[in-house]
Design a protein around this ligand. Structure first.
Ligand code: NI
Length: 158
């Protein structure tokens, strides 16, 4: 496989194409359908890759919760300590007297990351949240190569 650009034609309803062009223009790249279509293809591929429980991913889990709910804060800390090898970092923001926002950066296989995410999202007191992941290739070592090598991609999936 090479990265040589290949042209192909696609038939779509005119109204759909008009809406797509408006979206492309809104994103600041008018008349660049090609880049927008490439982004969509990468997004679809990334999404598919993230469904593989063995895929190596970096992920952010963002949650909003009420820190007064029973021992929620302790249970959240407990899960993160139990999975310290998968928890890269946590950012905590106090939104008001009761509500906290926390973003937890996770790494590892998608199966493990999803399991940690499900445990946290399922906790009583967690009001809302979502997981965003990006694949980083099957070599776990590549986590440490992000500054120097193009081993990872930047598309997101849910
Ligand atoms: Ni807080």
């Amino acid at each position: 496989m090479s990265d040589e650009l290949v042209r192909f034609s696609v038939a779509v309803p005119e109204s759909l194409l008009e809406r797509f062009d408006r979206l492309v223009a809104k994103r600041g790249a008018p008349n660049n359908r090609s880049e927008a279509v490439r982004d969509l293809i990468r997004f679809a591929l990334e999404r598919d890759e993230c469904e593989d429980p063995d895929a190596q991913v970096m992920a952010t889990l963002t949650i909003v919760y009420d820190h007064h709910t029973n021992d929620l804060k302790d249970r959240l800390d407990g899960i993160q300590h139990s999975n310290f090898e998968n928890v890269v970092s946590t950012l905590h923001v106090h939104l008001d007297h009761h509500t906290c926002l926390e973003t937890i950066i996770l790494k590892g296989s998608m199966g493990v990351v999803k399991d940690i995410s499900d445990q946290i999202l399922g906790m009583k007191g967690v009001k809302t949240g979502g997981l965003t992941c990006t694949t980083i290739g099957n070599d776990p070592a590549c986590i440490h190569q992000q500054g120097s090598g193009p081993v990872h991609s930047h598309d997101v999936c849910r």
